[in-house]
Write a protein that binds this ligand. Structure first.
Ligand code: IPE
Ligand code: IPE
Ligand code: MG
Length: 242
């Protein structure tokens, strides 16, 4: 697969909806939590692949604003896993020159997780490698509403005129601020939906879906998605150039 990859046709920004942990575990007679633990291992491999390929940005969906609807025990487990992941992985990420950022309402996490998030972001803030965004307590609609509120506040303060609001300005108030637009969205687990992920940023993204559940997603399949992306013709509303 590597041999088919044209490095000049990689997405600048790939985003992944890491779905299917629970179903993977269920099919093996395991608890859903075992699926989440296995999913973390996959994430480690996929981030390493992004580092090896020198992708500009990788965003992963770890926890949605809707995932609070799950049983408390599962939410607690995910929080614990999240905290453990940051603790264990941040050194290696830093050594890999990764720049981590969190998207979403992180202020609703426990004080411990909030401080881990701040520490990780600070540690890696000057890194120049892969921009690695973790969407945690993230919802695309929520992000857009928060951006609109920030802009409205600036208008009320007299700092900004209505006419100055355009798509660039709006984009700069989104959580993804410095990452380029999303080129490719991958969803594992077989469902064909967006589930409130990067609604603004994926306006012109290519989509790639797989039945594979996240714990079984591999660097090889990731590369297959990137190869497929490289073959697509993106028109952005224009017509085919001749
Ligand atoms: C994705 O896997 C992980 C999170 C949403 C946190 P799921 O937990 O949604 O697994 P399925 O979709 O139920 O199999
Ligand atoms: C999307 O998966 C959120 C994450 C992967 C974190 P869900 O499992 O929450 O999505 P739905 O509920 O099937 O749409
Ligand atoms: Mg799911």
């Amino acid at each position: 697969m590597y041999s088919q990859l044209d490095r000049n046709r990689l997405p600048r920004h790939a985003a992944i909806i890491m779905d299917g942990n629970g179903r993977w575990a269920g099919a093996l007679g395991l608890l859903r939590s075992a699926g989440h633990t296995a999913g973390v291992k996959t994430l480690k491999k996929i981030l390493q692949t992004a580092v090896d390929l020198e992708l500009e940005a990788l965003t992963v969906y770890a926890f949605s604003t809707e995932n609070w609807k799950r049983p408390l025990a599962e939410v607690d487990f995910l929080m614990h896993l999240f905290s453990e992941y940051l603790e264990k992985e941040k050194r290696e990420m830093h050594e890999n020159n990764v720049r981590i950022r969190f998207l979403g309402r992180t202020e609703e996490f426990s004080p411990l997780i909030q401080s881990q998030i701040r520490d990780a972001e600070q540690l890696m803030q000057n890194n120049t490698g892969v921009k690695f965004n973790i969407a945690a307590n993230y919802g695309g609609q929520d992000e857009i509403v928060r951006a609109a509120k920030k802009i409205a506040a600036r208008v009320l303060d007299g700092e900004l005129a209505l006419d100055q609001i355009d798509d660039k300005l709006f984009e700069s108030e989104l959580d993804t601020g410095e990452s380029p637009p999303v080129d490719l969205v991958i969803r594992t687990g077989g469902d064909l939906r967006v589930s409130n992920f990067l609604l603004w940023q994926s306006a012109y993204a290519e989509f790639w879906f797989t039945q594979t559940n996240w714990p079984e997603f591999s660097p090889e399949e990731f590369i297959a998605a990137l190869v497929d992306f490289g073959k697509r013709e993106r028109r952005f509303g224009a017509i085919k150039s001749t």
